[in-house]
Design a protein around this ligand. Structure first.
Ligand SMILES: NC(=O)c1ccc[n+]([C@@H]2O[C@H](COP(=O)([O-])OP(=O)(O)OC[C@H]3O[C@@H](n4cnc5c(N)ncnc54)[C@H](O)[C@@H]3O)[C@@H](O)[C@H]2O)c1
Length: 277
């Protein structure tokens, strides 16, 4: 039976991978407020004394395994938040392969187990995962860190959009096998969100959908607005939800699909469509 307490994290242990800044840091804050214990992993240092910090470089297999092995005991909520923009070497590993490798390791060791939930921060850039499923599945079939890295690099898919297509298809495809083990997995697909990463790529990231925000009188999301959806998905209150990619873009995609805001239709149609011949 669900009660309102199931929205909380009292007695739970969360791991936030990529929790130094932006939406990951906001997730750390919300889980702490909700009563949870938090371990933060990031390449960047985290200077707060109410969490356990473990350094990790998601582009590096040895670093991921060493970081994971510093965690003892079980993880109730695993937040995969770290990500980088195009132009960052190792993007295919940082955004997807590295997160998957760490999750696989925790599941294999029984640390992510029955009752646990996994939450990714993906992007609407990966909204075309259904239209591009055969190719993305070919990639997902490379479950080994090095094999997957080689496939992405050899096939010209070591980029932001493909990393987000992969996350979305991975989340959907893992609903069934993980639920057999009692584990849920979901993702949010944020619209423009005011974080250090978005500011560093402001023209493209924070310019996207500016006309929609102007007409609706809204601002880009704040990191905590996005983290709130993610923290909900990994709470027991979301027990009925798994394999789901939740578009958290303040309605931009829906308005483009339905053409209730016609200027959004072309870009939304492009992102949801077949991208590779
Ligand atoms: N900000 C947006 O508008 C927006 C929109 C859609 C999706 N996203 C996604 O949101 C996620 C979070 O990004 P954010 O906007 O909060 O930016 P951010 O830069 O504040 O957060 C990303 C975090 O990842 C960490 N990180 C980067 N490289 C790493 C590595 N090699 N190993 C370990 N940690 C590493 C950073 O140190 C940082 O703490 C990303 O996956 C991004 O693709 C962002």
């Amino acid at each position: 039976m669900i009660s309102f307490a199931d929205f909380g994290y009292s007695g739970k242990r969360a791991l936030v991978v990529g929790g130094a800044t932006g939406m990951g840091a906001a997730a750390v804050e919300l889980v702490k407020q909700a009563g949870g214990d938090v371990i933060v992993m990031d390449r960047a240092n985290v200077d707060r004394d109410d969490v356990t910090f473990i350094q990790v470089d998601l582009a590096d297999r040895d670093s991921i395994e060493a970081a994971a092995d510093q965690v003892s005991g079980s993880i109730d909520a695993h937040f995969a938040c770290a990500g980088v923009a195009d132009g960052t070497p190792g993007i295919e590993r940082i955004n997807f392969i590295g997160h998957r490798h760490m999750i696989d390791r925790f599941i294999a060791k029984g640390q992510i187990t029955r009752g646990a939930a996994i939450g990714f921060i993906s992007s609407f850039a990966g909204a075309g995962w259904e239209a591009n499923l055969p190719l993305v599945k070919e990639y997902l079939a490379r479950t080994d860190f090095d094999d997957a890295t080689k496939w992405a690099q050899d096939n010209g898919k070591a980029d932001y959009m493909f990393s987000k297509l992969a996350i979305n298809a991975y989340v959907a495809s893992q609903a069934f096998p993980l639920l057999k083990q009692g584990i849920r997995i979901n993702a949010i697909l944020p619209g423009p969100t005011d974080t250090p990463l978005a500011r560093a790529n402001a023209d493209m990231w924070l310019g996207f959908g500016a006309d929609y925000r102007e007409e609706t009188g809204i601002q880009p999301s704040t990191p905590d607005e996005q983290a709130a959806a993610l923290v909900f998905l990994c709470s027991d209150a979301a027990t009925a939800i798994t394999g789901f990619t939740l578009v958290t873009d303040a309605g931009y995609a829906s308005s483009g699909i339905t053409e209730s805001f016609p200027p959004a239709a072309p870009v939304v149609g492009f992102l949801r469509g077949p991208l590779y011949s």
